[in-house]
Design a protein around this ligand. Structure first.
Ligand code: NAD
Length: 414
């Protein structure tokens, strides 16, 4: 069977012995760093925010190859364009049920027609030496099948959120990648994004005192009723697994804790054809072991809004928008004597999908656990199952306590 790590080694991207390193981090090879950034003289005075060095991408032949599975809105609108901003990843294959569309897209991105697959002949990707990682961007109910098939084909897997429709499916995905000795990462783009990394750092630093509450809200007004997101068998649920998952995941990565209790309420207009099978509005509350309460909501029938606020004893951190692809805005506030000091923190914008794909490429190269591995996706789905139960039964649902912090995450991105 073709081994992608050996293929990458042949292309000079990895040091020798990388295949063993996936199983054993102790023997992980060093990654060949790309050339240092070209130096350009800055035009701005030291008083101004500096532009920083230009990107220093690895040459295309030394990057890891990604196969994009599913050519829908996210793949075409965000992921494929993001490869242009990657340093370590490049698109080398496409998987689609529509050959004509795939040929057009392959042409746009310089992918040869011999690297186009469909959902039936997908397993032939095992013999494609240009593919190291399979990026699954399909309806949620298809994530398990294509993760298992990709792992069997000897490929590492980057899978979109939500990881799957049930925790049993997530467990099967983790087991398949473990037994194939391939890495599995869930595409939680926000965990690689600088504003979110700064929010995590500041919230945990103690500078603002202990965290008391987290408020998070994410949603938009949905389009046609007949799309897969409104079909329970394909989507697993409504706004909760699609966009509410960002609020849940944020509450978990801000605190580093796992909730021990959830409560929830659902509201649906029964005459709206979009919500015959899945929920529209959901409000859910998480109680963390330290006493932090997270109050979260997601929706499919109100105008787009994507906010997150951390309330600490001596100040707050606010992001609005927090979960959008672009234009994230961050503010902090704290008191000094009689004044309330509110500061806007404007960090340079980075493509979240490029950051996430480069992270996957580097972790594959190093044989290291990704920051958001399968266990991170599984934990969200387990909590989502508890949230639905709490809403159904109209009472709190307790969850098993997890002692360790960041128990489901690999090392933080550098
Ligand atoms: P989409 O409907 O635009 O694309 C889905 C693709 O799957 C299409 O190309 C479609 O043809 C194909 N497909 C194959 N079998 C299908 C079937 N039986 N029914 C419907 N489509 C089928 O969806 P999308 O918005 O690109 O979402 C795809 C995945 O990406 C989902 O898991 C979603 O949650 C995730 N997503 C993540 C983000 C993010 O920010 N990380 C954003 C959007 C979507």
């Amino acid at each position: 069977m073709h081994d992608p790590i050996e293929a990458a080694t042949r292309r000079g991207f990895l040091a020798a012995g990388a295949a063993a390193a996936v199983a054993s981090q102790a023997t992980a090879p060093k990654i060949d760093e790309p050339p240092k950034a070209v130096e350009v003289p800055g035009m701005k005075a030291k008083t101004e925010a500096q532009a920083g060095p230009p990107p220093a991408p690895a040459p295309p032949a030394k990057r890891l190859g990604f196969a994009v599975v599913g050519l829908g809105e996210l793949a075409l609108g965000e992921v494929l364009p993001a490869f242009g901003r990657c340093k370590y990843a490049r698109p080398t294959a496409l998987v689609s049920g529509d050959r004509a569309k795939a040929e057009k897209v392959a042409d746009q991105y310089g992918i040869g027609p011999e690297h186009i697959y469909d959902y039936q002949n997908f397993d032939r990707i095992a013999d494609d030496p240009t593919v190291d990682v399979v990026y699954i961007i399909l309806p949620n109910s298809m994530h398990r099948e294509f993760t298992v098939r990709a792992a069997k084909a000897g490929k590492h897997v980057l899978c979109e959120k939500p990881m799957a429709n049930t925790s049993a499916e997530c467990e099967a995905m983790i087991a398949a990648c473990e037994s194939a000795r391939r890495l599995l990462m869930i595409a939680y783009r926000c965990q690689y994004e600088p504003h979110h990394r700064e929010m995590i750092r500041l919230a945990r630093s103690g500078e603002l005192g202990p965290i008391r509450m987290i408020e998070a809200s994410n949603g938009q007004n949905q389009g046609p009723a007949d799309q897969w997101r409104h079909k329970k068998a394909l989507a697993g649920g409504g706004s909760l697994p699609d966009v509410g998952i960002y609020c849940l995941n944020a509450a978990r990565y801000i605190t580093g804790e796992e909730p021990v209790q959830v409560t929830a309420q659902i509201a649906v207009d029964p005459s709206d054809p979009r919500f015959r099978e899945v929920e529209d509005r959901i409000s859910f509350q998480l109680r963390f072991p330290s006493g932090v309460l997270a109050v979260c909501q997601s929706f499919y029938s109100a105008h787009e809004s994507r906010r997150c606020r951390v309330l600490a004893e001596k100040g707050w951190i606010d992001m609005d928008p927090a979960f959008a692809y672009h234009g994230l805005r961050m503010k902090t506030s704290r008191a000094r004597d009689e004044a309330e000091l509110t500061t806007a923190i404007a960090l340079p914008e980075h493509d979240q999908f490029a950051l996430e794909m480069d992270h996957m490429a580097r972790r594959v190269a190093a044989g290291e656990r990704p920051h958001t591995p399968g266990e991170e996706g599984l934990q969200d789905i387990r909590i989502i199952e508890a949230i639905y139960r709490a809403a159904r039964e109209g009472k709190p649902v307790d969850l098993a306590a997890v002692e360790a912090r960041d128990a489901t995450r690999g090392p933080a991105p550098g």
